[in-house]
Design a binder for this molecule. Sequence first.
Ligand code: HEM
Length: 358
Amino acid sequence: MTTSRRKVLRVPLAAAAVGAGSLTATGAVALYTQSPDHNTPEPAHLRGAAPLPYAQVVAFDLASAGRRAEALRAAHDAVTAIDGGKYAAWLALGDSILAGSASRPRRLKRMPSFAGDVLDSSQSHGDLLLQITGASASGARQAAARALALLPQWRVRWRLDGNRPETRSEHGQGLARNPFHFTEGYGNPASPAGITERAIVTADQGEPSWAVGGSYQVIRIIRLATDFWDRDSVAAQERIIGRRRDGRWLDGTPSDERPVFTADALGKITPLDAHVRRAAPDRRSPPPLVRRGYNYRRGTGDQGLVFSCFQRDLEKGFEAVQARLEGEAMAKYTLTVGGGYFFVPPPGNTWLDTLAKE
Ligand code: HEM
């Protein structure tokens, strides 16, 4: 069963040999504007409770070596011209653009291949990530075209269109419907302070000073076997996820309260290999990351998630959760084919000035 489902997911990837050492990781640099009180910078990548419903995610490599500072400044200017109003746009740096840099964020590295991944180098990693989000698909696409026209120094490595159906914000949480028909977003913090606490790098983390106020961004392009998934009953799907489609817990606890997993130690109600039980086993101590992903669809059978999360520490955030998800019941319906690790710089130009001096 497992093999045949994952085989189906792999078909269009015939040429995609995994893991060759030639991949380069990408990072990103972000754009920020001031929140209404003009005191707290509200970075574009975390602005608003709910992410804007459409996204353009573009990873680049530097086309001409030796011109890093100039190329980054051009990208920064292009994104600054778009960000704000109808759009939230930011950049993020890949580890490859900071190779040999004394001031690279300490935890930034190339995204490893995790158990079960089939990483395709043509859609993994990159020197720079550009993400533009907007209220309409065409608007986001046009904004991306405008940015690309200004960036001859950058070669597109991979790109994806994302969307968030039924996007909304409830009780401070941004929710959307994923391709498995489940509501996503309940595990995220419900307040700006909670988002900051999980996702913004602080001065006591031993990071270079220019990186304080930034975030690590993880992208995972995850193909979903929706046809197989849709053949299962809703009840079976809910046991795989560990929540009802509408977010309620399987023991009847409302979506915004904590279920008591300790009262179900054997997993009779919420199976021990259910997604949410693996992702967040201790309800008092939620994983320190903020998920703001999108759905994608690019042709027959190739649809899934542009999973995206922000954190202040890659190991404590994404990697700790990813390790626990190994062997989860959902694994046989999913295949990660790309993505990367990036670093979204804090608001302002300090990061550009610092890197230009190197
Ligand atoms: C493979 C595709 C995935 C699907 C379809 C999926 C779906 C879901 C759903 C439906 C929920 C419950 C609602 C919510 O809290 O948002 C959830 C929760 C969560 N997921 Fe995923 N997810 C996927 C991949 C991942 C990955 C790769 C990670 C991180 C490594 C992750 C981490 C989490 C976390 C931390 C929660 C919150 C758990 C909680 O606090 O209750 N998910 N996911």
